[in-house]
Structures are given as C-alpha cells and as structure tokens.
Design a protein around this ligand. Sequence first.
Ligand SMILES: [Zn+2]
Length: 457
Amino acid sequence: MFPKAHITIAAATTIVVTAAILMSPSADVEAKRMSYTLDLEQGKASKAVSQKSQQESKEAPDETVVAEAQPQINSETAEQPDPEPTPRLDWQTFDIESGDTLSSLFKQAGFNDGIMLAVIHGEGEADKLQRLYAGETIRFGSDSDGKLAAIELQRNLLETLRIEKQEESFNGTTEMREPEPRPVFASGTIDGSLYLAAREAGLNDRLTMKMAGIFGWDIDFVYDVRKGDRFEVVYEELYLDGEKFGTGRILSARFVNRGEENVALLYTDSNGDSDYYSPDGKSMRKAFLRTPISARISSSFNLQRRHPVLDVVRPHEGTDYAAPTGSPIKAAGNGRVQFSGWKGGYGRTVVLKHGDNITTLYAHMSKIGKSMKTGARVKQGDTIGYVGSSGMVTGAHLHYEFRVNGSPRNSRTVKLPDAQPIPASEMARFKKVTSQQIAQFEAFRNNYQHLALAPED
Ligand SMILES: [Zn+2]
C-alpha cells in the first residue's frame, strides 16, 4: 500500500504509523463511534492537522485549528465578535411566516414604505432584503429617537444580512459564519448491509453515501460486499457555538473488502481542487463508473444467452439492471452523445462515445435526458435518461453495454482506466500532507481500539 519512497520522505513518527496501518485491526472491534477530539498532549495527530490547515487555509479556516487545540470555552468566547461600539439600539424581532411581505414587516415594526424603499435602495447588499423566505428572522433596531438604525435578516444559523444606517444611506453586508469542523472517527464491521453497519457506527445517510461514492469505483456495494468487511472513517462534525450543527467532509477512510484494503485520503491540491486519492497518489475515481445505476442485476452479460422474448440463442451483449420506471441513469464516463433516439428493439437509447475506442449504450429508457443531442458533451455522473420498458422487453430495466473497438465487453469485469493520478510535480507536497492525515487516522484508530478493548464498567 505504501511505497518505499514514502518512508524515506516521512518523519520517524510517520514510519511507526505506516507500519500500524498495515497491521490488521483486531477482529472483535464492534461498530461504535468515538466522538472525541485528540488534543496536542495526546498525540501528534492534531498537531499534524494544524500544520496542514495552515497551508490549506482555502479549505479549512484558521479558527478551526485554534478551536481544535483549545478547550471549548476558549473557542466560544473567541468566536463571538463584540459588536461595534454603536449606541444601544432597541430591537424588535419577527419570525417571518408565509404571507409576510417586507412592507408588512416594516409596518409591524412601525416604519413606513418610504423608509423601506430607502433601505432596499441602499448601498452594498441592502437590496437583498427584498428576498425573504418563511422561517427566516428579521430584527429592526431603532435608536433613542425611534429612528431605524439597523436591520438584521438572519437567513439561517450561518448566514445573516446586516444593514446599517451610515450618514444618509443604508449599507448592507452578508455575514457568513464558518462552523468549526472537528474530526471524528467511526468504524464498523458489516454483518448485513453497509447501510446497517454504517448506521450502527453512527454515520448518517449522507456520510454513508459519501463513503460508498468514494469507494464505489472499486467496490460494487450491491454485489461485492461480504459479511466481515470493515470500514473506518475520519470525518468532520461541524460545530457552531459549541453545539453540533451537522457533518462535513470525509477526511480519510479505509474499507477492507474480502480481505483487500482500500484507503482513500482527501487531498486539496495546490490549485485548490479536492479529491480522494490512495496513499500512493492514485485517484480513487476511475474514468468509468462500474455501474451506471445503483440497482439489482436482472440479467448478466452472456454471449450464449437464450433471448427471453425471441426464445432463440442470442448473445446478451450487456448487463440488465432492474429498476423502477423513471429511475435516473448516469453517464458512466465523460464523452459525447453518438446516438440519441429510438433504436429498434433497444427502444429509447443513448450511445456515448468515450475517447477513441470505447462506447457505452443505455437502452429501454422511458425518457431520454433533455440535453442528450447528438454531439453534446456529457460528464461522468450526468443523468442521461430514465429507466423504462421501451423496445423489445418483458419489464422495466436498463440494458447497459460497454464496447471496446465495437466489441461487447462485460462492463462488470472489464479493466477500467483510472482518472488522473497526482502529477510528479505535486508528489512531494501530496506525501507531506497525506502523511499527516494518515497519522491522524492512525491516532484515532489506535485510541479507538484501546477503548474498545478496555473492560467496561
Ligand atoms: Zn439486456
């Protein structure tokens, strides 16, 4: 998993960690979640993260680092900026309900339409006050003379439009709060399905989908997953004023499928683009999705098959996926539309051309995606149409073909080219950043195993 070059570059602590990741985890670790943050005293992990975040302030704001290393009380007091020393205002607060208008809200607060117009014709982003939605909160601040001095429109926990009277006019600015991400570790062993194990480990559906997406190029989560497969993931929990607000990105993850280890690390390159890579710098993505739809296979690729409708031996040059009519079908890779329309027994069909020699075909659609005109560019994952039962079929399904130089290949087993790996010019930076990520992952993991194996009180 880790090439030798990595070890020579890495610091001594990382070598220990590298050795640890190769060790198989103890078998009796159960699906459980650890919701704690490593501190600077306990290990190198947080320290490593701080160094990384400073380099990559584009992704992770600096306060993240501070908050992570400090007790919660500090981060709370530090994050509440004191309002300017403006004179005390009298505030009136209204929860916006459907049916409310800006005019009616101004009226309730005791201000007429003339003042409202002066506000929305103000400077900066003051005009954005015209877009109001039910569920938002608006506050009117008046000075000691009862004149309107400020308005705050809180759109959600993170976004507030603040309008202040300045000399003659009103000036609006949007303030965005950044939730503080804290890394959290979760781990599980699959007994039934990935979803059950993930839920038991405390992962929400969004994170589970993300994890399946990261490994989905290598692992078919409908067919390849076996009882005993394991996953470990470090992801962000987002906090606002010390309260859990939601979940963020997956930072690193490991999935052991039938004894084979897959490791994915989130890396933001020097251009600011983020993607998942294996520790040796290969993209987790492939130039093609293994399956264009997440569904059960109803008929496999088989060149000797007896046709279900014609009842003669006719090769099945594709794979059928049973899915309800209307289920979206994704483009397996980037390419161009070579054919779009009715194609005999295939019914409504789209054929995509990828590079020089590969084509993919999607048949029996109920509806073809609207931008699927011949020659149009298509990106991997774009919806190209919807499952149906057009053409010669016995029921709704997607018939999917993968052809190389015109010859049919089994899309489930054909070797798929990888997306772009980390370029040589970026490799040293990649190694440096990801060695810290691996250290964080390992520190969490060792701590977790330690806790899991400790006798319970
Ligand atoms: Zn078929």
